[in-house]
Ligand binder design. Structure first.
Ligand SMILES: CC(C)(COP(=O)(O)OP(=O)(O)OC[C@H]1O[C@@H](n2cnc3c(N)ncnc32)[C@H](O)[C@@H]1OP(=O)(O)O)[C@@H](O)C(=O)NCCC(=O)NCCS
Length: 155
């Protein structure tokens, strides 16, 4: 695992697109996904609390991006986590989440949070296995209106 750089952003967004298309299958909404990719690109532009990359001999297998929590507090918001479809179910997501928690704990964070689609059962199982806990009821996304479930990990 290594820190990501500006040169990795394009590749990570491509990887994100592939991971979401694979996750959503025939239910994927191409236009909504492209709009989401554009919003995701801007997340790398401001202050970043962690950008971690996993890779193997073939290249990048996954990444995680965490931003300062809003409203500002002693925590970070996990904004993006994506694993290349070719590398899923091999523990890459788990390693990135463990690496993120360790790094942000060392930086003084007291918690991490994230939002996940309620039907993303694979991701939810992963988060819950690592101690993340549901926080409140699903809340509509401020741009798309799609309900998202918040999770919190105490560090
Ligand atoms: C969700 C995601 C990050 C998981 O990453 P991953 O590297 O494949 O996950 P891991 O191999 O570390 O999985 C660890 C555990 O999580 C659970 N899990 C992960 N993916 C799962 C799936 N698709 N179905 C069921 N359980 C799953 C399992 O318990 C798994 O352990 P096991 O393989 O021993 O059964 C990855 O599938 C992905 O990028 N999905 C598309 C993008 C996305 O939804 N990101 C999260 C947005 S909040």
């Amino acid at each position: 695992m290594r820190a990501g750089t500006a040169a990795d952003v394009g590749h990570c967004l491509q990887l994100w697109r592939a991971a979401v298309l694979q996750r959503d299958g025939s239910a994927a909404d191409g236009a909504a996904l492209e709009a989401q990719i554009l919003r995701s690109k801007t997340k790398f532009d401001g202050e970043v609390n962690a950008f971690l990359i996993a890779e193997d001999a073939s290249g990048i297998t996954g990444f995680v991006l965490a931003l300062p929590h809003e409203p500002l507090g002693p925590g970070s918001h996990l904004a993006l986590l994506g694993i290349d479809p070719r590398a899923q179910r091999q523990g890459v997501g788990r390693s990135l989440l463990l690496g993120l928690a360790e790094f942000r704990r060392e930086q003084g964070d007291e918690y991490l949070d994230l939002r996940v689609l309620p039907g993303n059962t694979g991701a939810r199982r992963l988060y819950e296995s690592l101690g993340w806990r549901v926080s409140g009821e699903p809340v509509p996304h401020e741009v798309t209106g799609v309900p998202f479930q918040r999770y919190v990990l105490q560090l």
